[in-house]
Each structure stands twice: as structure tokens, then as C-alpha cells.
Write a protein that binds this ligand. Structure first.
Ligand code: FBP
Length: 265
């Protein structure tokens, strides 16, 4: 396996994954406030910003839009995903194979594991197949570690988030995307538990510039190497402005004040 810092997923050892699978996971509701965000071309355009190291999308968007952006965007294939229209214990369908994703142009794989769901065992087996195939293609694997389901009483508890990060290390993910566990100390613990698996934080629902950037700064200071973010970018009228600020925070080690100033330029 190539060192992850030699792959297109990272820049100077850091990463900013723009996630845009919300049309599948959440449906049109996520596009209501900024209607142009429903147009995949709008978000593919945002992904050409130099701060974005990878754009994570589902198969259909990759097939239809990536060919127009292959010189400017690094593609991450989000392999599994489902709508929120059905009821029942958390699970996710695998929608494309690693081989097919590589044919389409993927340079990295993203895969959700619902740690603690009654379907965790099957999902872990699906992850194994994807992880081993990704190793054969020598492309990195990012686990979306989402502890949730009947076995998980509180999915924001720091110890639960740290457990998800540890599972990612044990199962062979190169990078694990975790929710914000709520404090720098809790994120440091998560990073410790992940060992050599790199940790990135999930963007979450949209917040003010200051609140969002402060949460990212805290996560970076705790040892995470970046962010996988969707709504806090595409639910803004001018996604490039928050990407300017994120570039400062993640790659230039700027303060929140300096990053905020970048949004005002
Ligand atoms: P956000 O930054 O918008 O939270 O996007 C990251 C992400 O993991 C997406 O890939 C996914 O669609 C979404 O969050 C899932 O959010 P949740 O399951 O918490 O509703």
C-alpha cells in the first residue's frame, strides 16, 4: 500500500473531502435553502477549489458528471448509501463495486459502517471485501464511522465515537471520519484510539461561519488531519468563501480570526 500522503486524497498530509451524497441520504430537503445546490454541476464546480482534495459522491453522479471534471477533481467513490425513506435498523446498500468505481475514475473509496447496528456484522463483511479490493488497486479507504442503531444508546458520547475510530483501525481503514465528540480532549482520545488510521471530522448540519470554523480548528488542534464536509459548504450561497477559510485553517494552520477574514475578502 502506498503511503496515504503519496495519494491524491491528501495535500501536505491534510485532507478536505467535499461530501455530496446528501441527495441520496437526505433527499431534496438538503437543497431547499440553496436551490442551485441540487444541481450536481454546482457542487462539482465547488470541488475544483484548491482546498478540496477529494469529492465523495455516489455512482450515478460520478458516471454523469465526473467525466466533465476529471482534470480538476479527485473522485472518491462513496460505495454504500441509502435513502432515509424506509424504517428499520440502520443499514446501507453497496451501490457499486470497487472495480467499477476505479473504472469510472475513483482514486479513493468511502464506506459507511453503522457501528452498533444489528446489521454491523454484514456491513463489516461488505467493508472487508471493499477494503481488500481497494488494496489490490492501491487506493485509500475512508470509513464513515457512524455508531448508531439499537445497540447504541448515545451516538454523540465521546467513548462511542472513539470506539468507532478504533474499529476503523482494527478493520483496516486508512482514514476514519467521525462526528464531533464535543471537546478537544474527547477528539484527542478519538485520535489516540485510531492509532495510525488518520482521523477527520464530519461537518454536520449547517452552522454560522464562526461556530463551524471554531469546531474545525478545535478538531485540527486535537490531531485530526482535516474534514469531510457537505452541508456547511453547499448550503452556503458562496461555497468558495467558506472553502477559502477552510484552506487557511486546515492547510495554513491559521487562526479562526484569520480564516474568518478570508471569508470576507
Ligand atoms: P455533512 O458535512 O453535511 O454532515 O456531510 C457528511 C456526511 O457524512 C455525508 O456524507 C452524509 O450524507 C451525511 O453526512 C450523513 O449525515 P447524517 O447521517 O448524520 O444525517
Amino acid at each position: 500500500m502506498r503511503p496515504i500522503d503519496d495519494t491524491s486524497l491528501t495535500r501536505d498530509g491534510k485532507m478536505l473531502i467535499l461530501a455530496y451524497d446528501h441527495g441520496l441520504e437526505h433527499g431534496p430537503a438538503d437543497f431547499r435553502d440553496v436551490p442551485e445546490s441540487a444541481d450536481p454541476a454546482h457542487v462539482f464546480d465547488a470541488a475544483t477549489h484548491p482546498a478540496v482534495t477529494s469529492l465523495a459522491v455516489q455512482k450515478g453522479l460520478a458516471e454523469a458528471y465526473y467525466p466533465s471534471y476529471e482534470d480538476e477533481v479527485n473522485l472518491m467513490a462513496k460505495l454504500n448509501g441509502t435513502s432515509n425513506l424506509w424504517m428499520g435498523e440502520y443499514d446501507s446498500a453497496v451501490n457499486w463495486s470497487v472495480d467499477y468505481a476505479v473504472d469510472v475514475g475513483a482514486e479513493a473509496i468511502g464506506f459507511t459502517l453503522y457501528n452498533g447496528s444489528n446489521h454491523e456484522v454484514e456491513m463489516a463483511e461488505e467493508f472487508r471485501q471493499a477494503q481488500e479490493r481497494a488494496r489490490e488497486h492501491d487506493i485509500p479507504v475512508v470509513m464513515w464511522a457512524y455508531p448508531r442503531g439499537q445497540g447504541v444508546k448515545n451516538d454523540t458520547k465521546p467513548e462511542v465515537i472513539a470506539y468507532g475510530a478504533r474499529q476503523a483501525l482494527e478493520l483496516g481503514a486508512d482514514v476514519v471520519k467521525v462526528k464531533n465528540p464535543g471537546s478537544k480532549t474527547a477528539m484527542e482520545h478519538t485520535v489516540d484510539m485510531a492509532g495510525r488510521t488518520k482521523v477527520i471530522m464530519s461537518g454536520g448540519s449547517k452552522r454560522s461561519d464562526r461556530e463551524f470554523l471554531q469546531s474545525v480548528k478545535t478538531a485540527i488542534d486535537a490531531g485530526t488531519v482535516g474534514l469531510a464536509v457537505g452541508r456547511n459548504v453547499f448550503q452556503r450561497e458562496q461555497p468558495e468563501r467558506i472553502l477559502d477559510a477552510l484552506e487557511q485553517l486546515i492547510f495554513e494552520e491559521a487562526s479562526v480570526e484569520d480564516a474568518l477574514a478570508a471569508t470576507e475578502r
